[in-house]
Design a protein around this ligand. Structure first.
Ligand code: SF4
Ligand code: SF4
Ligand code: SF4
Length: 186
């Protein structure tokens, strides 16, 4: 009986030691991984549109850094982004995976047909960059300068009064996410 207990104690001790070692290894590797995530994320367009299949630019950057996702899933970043990421990571340059959408040719902005808006506020909750203002039961409107054209507000609108339009604003007036994309153009 004593022998059985001794064996269990030894096995338990070994399991704990392995657990501690794995945790320490995780802690030691994390800063490097985080630094890479930050570098990758700094190139992403920050539209938070989730077209890459991740809930935002940061999680996609994390997945790329961990080797869990390829670099060709971001339609807003397009080919220029793929080339930048491939160059940074020493990967072969691929084309944008069409499964995740098409690269927009010009910046898009959402517009609300205010005469049809019923003030349900569903679009407000869906916008990842707080580009919509309004209050329940009141008309909502889009702050054009903050809108990244991610289209996430369109589907939730129960009366289909939101649409995307090409933005004719001169490049020097684009908001930061668009400038981030411009920065990635050689
Ligand atoms: S598709 Fe690109 S811009 Fe959109 S959330 Fe993913 S990384 Fe960000
Ligand atoms: S207003 Fe709509 S299209 Fe513009 S950023 Fe917000 S969710 Fe995206
Ligand atoms: S989801 Fe549509 S109806 Fe509801 S507040 Fe937004 S624009 Fe108005």
């Amino acid at each position: 009986m004593t022998m059985v207990w001794t064996t269990w104690i030894i096995l338990g001790g070994m399991a704990s030691a392995i657990g501690v070692a794995l945790s320490l290894a995780g802690l030691l590797l994390r800063p490097e991984e985080d630094a890479l995530t930050i570098r990758i994320e700094s190139l992403l367009p920050q539209t938070q549109c989730a077209q890459c299949g991740y809930p935002g630019c940061r999680p996609y950057a994390q997945a790329i850094a961990q080797g869990d996702a390829p670099v060709n899933r971001c339609p807003p970043g397009g080919q220029a982004l793929i080339e930048q990421l491939a160059g940074m990571l020493g990967l072969e340059v691929q084309t944008l995976d069409p499964h995740y959408g098409e690269e927009p040719s010009v910046p898009q902005r959402a517009q609300i047909n205010e005469s049809r808006c019923i003030g349900c506020a569903l679009c407000l909750k869906a916008c990842p960059v707080d580009a919509i203002i309004g209050a329940p039961r009141f008309m909502h409107t889009v702050i054009a300068d903050q809108c990244t054209g991610c289209a996430l507000c369109i589907a939730p609108c129960p009366v289909d009064c939101i649409s995307l339009h090409a933005d004719e604003t001169p490049r020097w007036q684009w908001p930061l996410p668009q400038l981030a994309k411009l920065r990635s153009v050689p």
